[in-house]
Structures are given as structure tokens and as C-alpha cells.
Design a protein around this ligand. Structure first.
Ligand SMILES: *Cc1c(COP(=O)(O)O)cnc(C)c1O
Length: 386
């Protein structure tokens, strides 16, 4: 056993700035959705470099994905294409709306949606595609957007891993999809504890999402019948949801967003150190971003190659024994009982994702890791694989 303290798989990077902003919110008398959530939306649009973008702050990325698909009128009888190599949230929101999920395999190198499999999965009921930017590497958006355009499909990006990341030099969030949804869950690249942001250029989509985010309340709809809307007046136009982001959470987001580029640089430096450290091992390192593009490095996913002396589960046990936390991204959806049974799936239908699943481990990668922490992980992986 190692004498060094346990190195967790992930750890949020919360500084004095975040703490002061939360305290300021607590003292302000306004702790739920209010001025800070609004400022976070404006700052987020500015961060993406396009103040014409509409940003809708929500209490999770799951909520944002649900709102985006709801606003696009996905419903019973429709089918939505989702990669099998993702977290269940990407797919579950489709079921919230009574539509069906069509899981497809990923590209073996990037673990992102494979456009060839997407094209083959399109049928008469297909309405939308939800690409995931796995680990922080943008999916092949030019190809996916071209397929969507050709078949008249909507595109909602699950960008839970992708702040900040680029595709063709443009930040994820500014691409030509219908909507993009970011996550600020505790282990994501920036965090509000729980939270998310729906980003869109579609004014009607943004308006619907804002109404459905808070109980289906539309102040403007009330305004139609009155010349002057008093503060207490509101109109309920739909059975909406409770998906608003609190000002307490937005306070964290305001300060985290200012650090997002510094966090990305530190994550990229850790990834580079891992790449060097693992070069000679029987392991496959994660695919880099194309030249000129930015990888968000939310995850560093190493895969055991043929000829590795141990299997993945043993590697994780050895790292844990050395005091290092790790994780698995993901147990693919085709292996999860609900998805497997509902759609009668088996591993042979998703060879790339399934092969990756059996070989992969996610190593610690977060800005608070010291160079010593990174070297400790490198040594422990080398020791386990020699
Ligand atoms: C974290 C995550 C989500 C869900 O984000 P929440 O903010 O926790 O709802 C969705 N998709 C992917 C790929 C994720 O990693």
C-alpha cells in the first residue's frame, strides 16, 4: 500500500473567488434564479464569442437536453440517434418525451459518433441526432451536420465534456446545430455543483426552453391580455418543468467561467505528460484533436492494447491499491439492462464501443493535480503494465 494520500479521480477546483461570490449571493437576499443567473447567461455568450447566441441556464445538462428536444417537438413515434458510448442522460431525455432511442456505434479511434453508422441508422421515424463530444474531443460535426441537412434532421449536441473545445477552429456551442448543451456537474470542466447551459441561435427554441424551464410560465402570454403586467401576474401556457439554475449555483459559474481557459491549459498539459509517460506501454492513448483544434480534456481515457499483462479490472484494482482513483467511461448503453432489454441489443451490434469498454480506464485529470500527482499516476500505470 502507498503511504501517499488517496488521489481522487476528480476534484472540483474551487478558489477564494468562487467562495466570495457565493457569500455575496447569500448576503444579497436573492439566492434562487435572479441577477446572477442572468449574468451567467450573458457571460457564457461572451465566452463563446457570440453575444447573439441565446444561453438558457438550467439546473443540469440533462434538463437542457430535455428542454432542447422538447422545443424541437420530439415526441411519440419519433426516433433519435444517440451514440451507445455515453452516459444514460444523453438517451433518457428522448424517452421522457415518449420518443425512441436508436443507439449507434462509435468510431474506434475517437469513440465519437461514426457518421457512417449514423447514415445507416436513419429511417422514416428519425427526427434528430444527439452527438456527444466524448472526453472533450469534438465529434465529426461537419459530417454529422451534412447528414442532418441532407435528411432534414435536427442536431442537439451533448457538450457535457466540451467546454472549451473546437471543431474546425470554431468553439463547440457556436456550430450550426440546433442547440448545444453543456454540463456543470461537480466533475465537469467547470462546475456549479449541479447545472447546465442550453445554447442556441434559434430564438423560438430559446423562448420555448425559457418557458418550459420554469413551470410553463410565460409572462409575455399574460401581457397579451393586459396593458400593464403587475409583478404578481403570470400565465401558465404548458405543464412545464422545474429546471431553473439558482443564483447560488450561478455564482460559482460566474467565477469558474473566468478560469475555463486556464483549466483547459492545465488539463492539456496533464494529458501531454500522460501521453509521454505511456508512450512505451502496451496501451492505446486517446486520440488527439485534429491539428489546430482544441480538446477540452474532460477525460483522459487509456485503453489496454493486445498483449497488456493485465486486464482492465486488474489495472483499476492495482491503481486503487496504489491510492489512485479512476473510472470507466462508459459502460455503454447497450450493456445497460434498460436499454439492452427495451431495444433487444447485444454487444456484437456495437463492436467499436464494446471493444473499447473492455479495455478502457479513465485516469485522474483536473487542474488541481500537481506535477507530482501526475508522475505518481504515470509510475503506477507503468508499474501495473510492466
Ligand atoms: C455529465 C453528463 C451528462 C449529464 O450532465 P448533468 O449536468 O449531470 O445532467 C450528460 N451527458 C454526458 C456525456 C455527461 O458526461
Amino acid at each position: 500500500m502507498s503511504a501517499a494520500p488517496f488521489l481522487p479521480f476528480a476534484r472540483p477546483e474551487i478558489g477564494d473567488e468562487e467562495i466570495a461570490e457565493v457569500v455575496d449571493t447569500l448576503r444579497s437576499g436573492w439566492i434562487t434564479t435572479g441577477p446572477k443567473a442572468q449574468r451567467f447567461e450573458r457571460d457564457f455568450a461572451a465566452f463563446l464569442g457570440d453575444e447573439a447566441l441565446q444561453c438558457v441556464a438550467v439546473n443540469s445538462a440533462t434538463a437542457g437536453l430535455h428542454l432542447a428536444l422538447e422545443a424541437l417537438r420530439i415526441g411519440p413515434g419519433d426516433e433519435v440517434i444517440v451514440p451507445t458510448h455515453t452516459f444514460t442522460a444523453t438517451a433518457e431525455v428522448v424517452r421522457y418525451l415518449g420518443a425512441d432511442v436508436r443507439l449507434v456505434d462509435v468510431d474506434a479511434a475517437t469513440l465519437n459518433l461514426d457518421p457512417r453508422h449514423v447514415e445507416a441508422a436513419i429511417g422514416p421515424r428519425t427526427k434528430a441526432i444527439v452527438p456527444v463530444h466524448f472526453a472533450g474531443l469534438a465529434a465529426d460535426m461537419p459530417a454529422l451536420l451534412a447528414i442532418a441537412r441532407r435528411h432534414g434532421l435536427k442536431v442537439v449536441e451533448d457538450a457535457a465534456h466540451a467546454l472549451p473545445a473546437t471543431s474546425g477552429g470554431a468553439l463547440v456551442g457556436t456550430l450550426a446545430s440546433d442547440a448545444t448543451v453543456f454540463s456543470f456537474y461537480a466533475n465537469k470542466t467547470i462546475t456549479t455543483g449541479e447545472g447546465g447551459m442550453l445554447v442556441t441561435r434559434d430564438a423560438a427554441l430559446a423562448k420555448r426552453a425559457r418557458v418550459m424551464r420554469l413551470h410553463g410560465i410565460d409572462r409575455d402570454a399574460f401581457d397579451r391580455f393586459t396593458s400593464k403586467v403587475p409583478g404578481w401576474a403570470y400565465a401558465v401556457v404548458a405543464p412545464g418543468f422545474k429546471y431553473n439554475l439558482t443564483d447560488l449555483a450561478a455564482a460559482l459559474g460566474l467565477q469558474q467561467l473566468k478560469k475555463a481557459w486556464a483549466f483547459q491549459r492545465r488539463r492539456a498539459a496533464i494529458a501531454a505528460a500522460y501521453d509521454d509517460g505511456f508512450a512505451a506501454l502496451p496501451a492505446v492513448r486517446p486520440a488527439p484533436a485534429p491539428a489546430g483544434d482544441i480538446h477540452a480534456w474532460h477525460l483522459y481515457v487509456l485503453r489496454l492494447a493486445d498483449g497488456a499483462p493485465v486486464d482492465r479490472d486488474t489495472l483499476i484494482e492495482r491503481l486503487f491499491a496504489a491510492g489512485i482513483g479512476c473510472s470507466v467511461h462508459y459502460i455503454p448503453l447497450h450493456r445497460q439492462p434498460y436499454w439492452r432489454d427495451r431495444y433487444r441489443l447485444d454487444a456484437a451490434m456495437f463492436p467499436a464501443s464494446d471493444d473499447a469498454y473492455r479495455r478502457l480506464v479513465s485516469l485522474p485529470i483536473y487542474p488541481g493535480m500537481t506535477d507530482g500527482d501526475v508522475q505518481r499516476v504515470v509510475e503506477a500505470v507503468r508499474h501495473a503494465l510492466h
